[in-house]
Design a protein around this ligand. Sequence first.
Ligand SMILES: [Zn+2]
Length: 148
Amino acid sequence: MGVQIHSAEAHLDARDWRQAVARGLRGHCPHCGRGQLFRAFLKPVDTCEACGEDLHHQRADDLPPYIVITIVGHIIVGGLLLAEKFGDWPMWLHMVVWPALTLILSIAMMQPVKGGVVGLQWAVRMHGFGGEPDRPERQPLPSSESRS
Ligand SMILES: [Zn+2]
């Protein structure tokens, strides 16, 4: 006797989230891995040029910056503490190295991290990636005539 799952998503194939995140990290479509994910630095394409997958559902929002801040913060603070503990750097060198490294790492990581987040959203079928119709951002207010 088997367990039957009756849900709207039961008929959908499972998506490999590791593969989708890896493709997103490389800036490729999470579905096929061939088409480009971005049309500008942080602007994803609406549909994949290779497979036609709808990618406009992505809602990465603030998660990529939070992830980048967490990773870069650990690298910079750890490096600064190690340099203080074991190095004998003059203050001007700290003032040059750590802000510059923070900026470079943040810019270098932002697009790959956003790609990974979009890949994860696609894999777990968030925000319309599961095939459900788009919902409007805000429901229109009922007019006063229909409220009687
Ligand atoms: Zn594709």
